[in-house]
Ligand binder design. Structure first.
Ligand code: ZN
Ligand code: ZN
Length: 370
């Protein structure tokens, strides 16, 4: 995209605000106080670590502090009325709300408000009616627009090129931490803004721990090496897992790997908007169960990705929510056997009305790293 395209393309923030206004109307709210920084960013473009937004039917107000005066001007432009607050964001909030004469009922985000801040609302904001809300903006964020999908694609490209670099250097004797360091260095070299989560590198029997971090174990020939990591591009995350074998794979490693690969392929091909998260989960889970490894797939199939690496919608046994078009979700079945090792293959999939589009392209056949 050239600079000219950026100027002439419609600003996606206008559509986001309009969608939020529809939600406020249905919820019978005059305003929403947004304290989730990811949602602040989604609505305004502001990526700083200190911000509060008030959204009403008439305006969008962003409060931040003086450290961000320059940044906020560049990122937000005219998308919101920016108030630079000299001290606490909360003192600025009372001033801003005081000028909004028609605002009475204000929603706050119950998942994103610390208890001491909630007390402030009650003590200092007693002239307004405060209503708890859950996931109003998060639900809107599940549907990605073209610019968001493009950013996720860039984050995937960074992750896949970093994986290439790291697999080329994988060798017996390296510790998992060293491999994770090389991976994160490669992600930085590719331009990643940081890491959505501490990269997981788990080898040998440790690969059976689905949430292992990288540790001091040294890689050995014959190990499964599971790498689960992501990149961040313009705030948007990718999340990918590949499991490889160092040296030659055993027949048993091949056979179990093949079950996970097939479960991943089936779920990636079946997942659709309109489907419930639990039905997508069942595609992979039943396949793994039928091959005798039902107990060994102990986590859910996947989750949405976007400005946060774990967001809606959920693809899990208990997820009865319907998957919306435009969501980008992970498909990450696994089999974990204590003392033997574990395999997970994770891809990022865009849900469209025409079917799933698998955005991750990295090969999924069992790689034996010589
Ligand atoms: Zn992952
Ligand atoms: Zn994931």
């Amino acid at each position: 995209m050239s600079a000219d395209d950026r100027v002439t393309a419609p600003d996606p923030r206008a559509a986001r605000l309009s969608a939020l206004r529809d939600v406020l109307a249905t919820q019978d709210l005059d305003a929403l106080l947004v304290s989730s920084l990811a949602s602040v960013r989604w609505l305004t473009g502001f990526s700083g670590s200190s911000g509060l937004v008030v959204a009403t039917a008439r305006e969008l107000v962003l409060l931040t502090d003086f450290r961000y005066a320059t940044q906020v001007e560049e990122e937000v432009g005219t998308a919101a009325r920016v108030v630079i607050v000299p001290q606490s964001l909360w003192s600025g909030l009372w001033d801003a709300l005081g000028g909004m004469l028609t605002v009475q009922r204000i929603g706050f985000e119950s998942m994103h408000l610390m208890h001491r801040d909630f007390q402030r609302l009650l003590e200092q904001g007693g002239r307004w009616q405060w209503r708890p809300t859950t996931e109003l903006v998060e639900t809107l964020r599940e549907r990605k627009d073209a610019m968001e999908v493009a950013a996720i694609r860039r984050a995937i490209g960074m992750a896949e090129r970093a994986l290439d670099a790291v697999l080329a250097a994988l060798a017996p004797g390296l510790t998992e931490t060293q491999v994770a360091g090389a991976l994160e260095q490669a992600l930085r070299n590719e331009g990643s803004d940081g890491f959505p989560f501490p990269s997981i590198v788990a080898s040998g029997e440790r690969s059976a721990l689905p949430h292992a971090r990288a540790g001091s174990r040294r890689l050995q020939l014959g190990d499964f090496v599971l790498l689960d990591f992501g990149a961040i591009a313009d705030g948007y995350c990718s999340d990918i897992t590949r499991t490889v074998v160092l040296g030659r794979a055993s027949e048993e490693q091949r056979a179990v790997y093949e079950i996970v690969r097939e479960a991943n392929a089936r779920a990636s091909a079946a997942v659709r908007p309109g489907m419930r998260g639990m039905d997508a989960d069942a595609v992979a889970r039943e396949y793994i169960h039928d091959r005798g490894f039902g107990e060994a797939f102990g986590h859910s199939l996947g989750h949405g990705i976007g400005l946060e690496v774990h967001e809606g919608p959920r693809l899990a046994k208990t997820a009865d929510g319907v998957l919306p078009p435009g969501a980008v979700v992970t498909i990450e079945p696994g089999i974990y056997r204590a003392g033997w090792g574990g395999i997970r293959i994770e891809d990022d999939v865009l849900l469209t009305e025409d079917g799933p589009v698998v955005l991750t392209g990295y090969r999924r056949d069992l790689l034996e790293i010589a």
